[in-house]
Unconditional design. Structure first.
Lengths: 420, 420
C-alpha cells in the first residue's frame, strides 16, 4: 500500500531531547521522593497524566477519542484515511513504586514519531494512531493489561468495569469520576498493525551491550501453588531418621524448578518467588511448606513439556520420600508469537539506522500481547539499567530511548507508507 | 549412706490408677475443647494448678515452701533429715496449646512416689523433695526454664523478675498477684541428687517399642540466623544465566544443614524451621532469604564440629555462587551430660522392674539441665504417642506413665536409702 518514499525519509530522525523532556515532564505527575513515579490507574494522578498526553496530542494535530474502558486513541489522518491505522502505544499508569519509563516511554515515543512527521510536513498513506491502554499494571485493579485485554476481547467490558480496588471503588465508577468513561465500543477500531516500544525490564540487552531488542514474542507462563506435607515435630527430640521434614523435600523441588528451566532452554524460566513454612518456628521441623512455581517458555508446547517434567519430578520425589506433594494450577497465559512482518520491520529499521540489535523474547506481559490477537504486532525493546523496573530506581539512557523511538518511526513508516 | 533395705522394697510399686486420676484431675485446670491444656505460667490457672498440687502434697504429709521465683518445694523428711534431699520434679505450666503430660507428669509421678511410700509406712534415710519449677515453657515469659535457671544460677533473680509478657505484666508482679512470690532465696536448698520423669517428646522409644529411656544427657544447641543476599528481579524478563536468585542458594544451604547433621551422627540434628523470602512475590526472583538454623549434638565438641562444617559449606557456596551468605549466632546452649551414678540408678531400676529400656539423649531442654549444674542429675523418659508434644493431642499410655513412676520410685529409693 506504501507509495514510493521520498529519498529524504531514510535520514529522518526523532528529536531525542524533546522525547526526554516530555518523559521528564510526565514523570512529574506522581513523582516520588526517590525519583520514581506513583501514578495508579484511574487515580487523580492518572487523570492528570491522561490530560497532559491528550493535550500534547491535540497540540500535535491529533484527535482524541476514548472508549468505554478508558483507552485513549489519538489519531493522525493518513492520505488514504480509510486504511486501517498503523498503531503504537503503551500505558501511562505505573506501579506504586514505579519508574519514569515503564509504559510512559511507549506512549511518548509514539507522540515523538508524530511530532517528527509534523516537523517535516510528512503525511503517511495510512492513518497513524497512538493509544494509551487503561490499567496495564494491575496494581490497583485486576486483571492486569485491562484496557488492551478488553480491546482484544480477552475478557468482557463488564468484567473489567466491575473490578474493585481495596477501597471498594469500581473501575467503571473511577473512569466516570476522572472523566475517562468514553463512548466508543472497545475493539471497534480497525488496526492495520501495532508496534510497542518498551524498556526491556530485564538484563539481556545490557548484558550483550546491544541497543535494540527485536522482540519475537512473549513467553507463555504457567503459575502453580505447590504444597509439601510432612509431620510437624520438635527439632530437638526427633532424630534425623524419623523426620518427615516438609522443607527438606520442598527445597529439593525448588532446586528442580530451576533445573527444569535449564533442561528446556534457551528460553525456559523457572522461579520460586513465594514461600510459606508452617508453623515457621525456629525449633519445629516444618510440617507443611507451600510455595509458588512460575514456569515460562517460548511456546505453549515447551511450557507443556516443562509442566510434564515438573509433574514427573514431583511424583518421583513424593514416592522417594513418602511425603505428599500437591501441585495446584493457578494461572495459564499462552505464549504469543509476534507477526513475522512486524518483527522484520523492526529489524530492518534497526539495521538501516545502524543500531546494534538482537532477537529477544519478552518474559513479561505487555499490552502488545493482547493486541497481537487482533492485529499483526511487533515490539521494540531498549536496555534499562541493571534490568530493573517496577522500582523507583528504574533508569534508561537518553540515547537508547532515542534509538528505540527512531526504530519505531521507521518501522511505522514502512508499514504506513509515506504519501510524499 | 543407705541403710540396708527391707526385702519387700523390691516388690514396691506405685499406684498407676491413682497417678492417672491425678493427671486427669490436674488436666481439668485449663482444659481445652480439643483435649489439651492451656495453663500459662503465673496465670490464674497456674495458681489453681499450684494450689491443687500443694494441697495434695500437704495431704500427703509434706511441707510446702516457695522461693522468690515461685518454685515450690514439697518436703518429706528423712530419718536423717540433715542429709541433702533426693529431689524430683518438673513443671506444671503448659504451652498455649499444650497437653496433659508435659511437665505435669514429672510433678505427679513424684507425688505418687511419696504417696506410695506413705501407703507402706516407709521412711527414707535422706529427705525427699518434690519441686515444681516456675515457667519452664517460656510461652508467656522468656527465658524458658526460668525457675530452675534462677535456682541453678544460670541467670539472676532480678533478670527473671523483670521479664514481661506481651501485656506488660512482669514476672514479679504476677508472682505477687497469684500469691506465689515466696520468701526463700532460690538455690539455697541442698540437693543431694535430682531425677526428672518426662514424656520423651520425640519418636525414638515408640519407634523401638521400648518403655523406658535412660537419658544420658541433653544435646548442646546452637541457633543461627542465616541470610543469603541475591538480586531481586522479574521472573519473566530475567534469563536463568543472569539471575542472582537468593532462594536457589538458600535452598542448597538448607539441604546442607541436614547433610551436616548426618555427617555428625548418631546424635547430630540439623533443622531449618523458619524461612522468610523477600519480597515473597510470585513473579519476582527472591532478592534475599533469611532462615533459621538449629544444630544439636551430644557434646560441645561435636556441636563445634558441626559449626565449623556449616561455616565451611556456607563459605564455599558463597564463593561458588558469588552471593553473600551471612551466618549470625543467635543462641548457644551447651550440652549437658547427666551424672553417671544417676544414669546408672535409672538403668538399674528399669532392669530390676523388668521394663524394656534403652539409652537415649534428650534433644529438648528440661529443668533437669539446669539442676545438673548444681547436683548429680538423671532423667527418665517414657514414650508419647507419635512423639508429639506441645500439642493438644499429646498423649501417653497409662502403663508407660506407671512404668516411669515405678522407675523413679526405685531410683530415688536407691539414692535416698530406706530407713526400714
Amino acid at each position: 500500500m506504501a507509495a514510493a518514499a521520498p529519498a529524504c525519509i531514510d535520514t529522518l530522525r526523532i528529536d531525542g531531547a524533546r522525547l526526554w523532556a516530555s518523559l521528564m515532564e510526565l514523570a512529574r505527575i506522581g513523582a516520588t521522593p526517590k525519583g520514581g513515579v506513583c501514578r495508579l490507574a484511574l487515580s487523580d494522578l492518572d487523570r492528570q497524566g491522561r490530560d497532559l498526553v491528550g493535550r500534547w496530542a491535540t497540540e500535535a494535530g491529533m484527535t482524541l477519542s476514548v472508549d468505554r474502558i478508558g483507552n485513549g486513541f489519538m489519531r493522525r489522518p493518513g492520505r488514504n484515511d480509510r486504511l486501517p491505522a498503523v498503531m503504537t502505544g503503551s500505558h501511562i499508569d505505573t506501579q506504586p513504586t514505579g519508574g519514569k519509563f515503564d509504559g510512559n516511554y511507549g506512549v511518548l515515543a509514539g507522540l515523538e514519531v508524530v511530532r517528527t512527521l509534523n516537523d517535516h510536513g510528512l503525511t503517511t498513506e495510512a492513518p497513524i494512531e497512538l493509544a494509551w491502554w487503561t490499567n496495564e499494571e494491575g496494581s490497583r485493579f485486576v486483571p492486569v493489561m485491562m484496557g488492551s485485554g478488553v480491546f482484544a476481547g480477552a475478557f468482557t467490558l463488564e468484567h473489567a468495569h466491575a473490578a474493585r480496588d481495596l477501597d471498594g471503588h469500581s473501575v467503571k465508577d473511577e473512569l466516570q469520576r476522572i472523566g475517562y468513561l468514553g463512548a466508543d465500543r472497545p475493539g471497534a477500531r480497525a488496526v492495520g498493525c501495532y508496534f510497542e516500544t518498551h524498556i526491556e525490564q530485564g538484563p539481556v540487552l545490557e548484558d550483550h551491550g546491544v541497543t535494540i531488542g527485536v522482540v519475537g514474542g512473549v513467553l507463555g507462563i504457567r503459575w502453580y501453588d505447590c504444597t509439601v506435607t510432612g509431620l510437624e515435630a520438635h527439632a530437638g527430640p526427633t532424630p534425623m531418621a524419623l523426620r518427615r521434614d516438609a522443607l527438606q523435600v520442598a527445597t529439593r523441588l525448588m532446586q528442580e524448578v530451576v533445573a527444569i528451566a535449564h533442561r528446556h532452554g534457551p528460553h525456559g524460566r523457572g522461579t520460586v518467588g513465594m514461600v510459606q513454612v508452617f508453623p515457621n518456628s525456629r525449633n519445629v521441623i516444618p510440617g507443611r511448606v507451600k510455595f509458588s512455581i512460575d514456569l515460562r517458555n517460548a511456546s505453549d508446547a515447551l511450557v507443556g513439556a516443562m509442566d510434564a517434567d515438573l509433574r514427573g519430578v514431583a511424583a518421583k520425589l513424593a514416592a522417594d520420600t513418602g511425603l505428599p506433594i500437591g501441585i495446584e494450577p493457578v494461572s495459564d497465559y499462552p505464549a504469543q508469537a509476534f507477526h513475522p512482518e512486524c518483527i522484520a520491520a523492526v529489524q530492518r529499521a534497526a539495521t538501516k539506522l545502524g543500531y546494534s540489535h538482537m532477537p529477544v523474547v519478552s518474559g513479561a506481559g505487555h499490552d502488545a500481547v493482547y493486541l497481537a490477537r487482533v492485529a499483526p504486532t511487533g515490539m521494540i525493546f531498549i536496555p534499562c539499567k541493571d534490568g530493573i523496573s517496577h522500582n523507583e530506581i528504574e533508569d534508561a539512557q537518553p540515547e537508547h530511548l532515542e534509538a528505540g523511538a527512531n526504530v519505531l518511526l521507521h518501522a511505522m513508516l514502512e508499514r504506513a507508507g509515506v504519501a510524499g
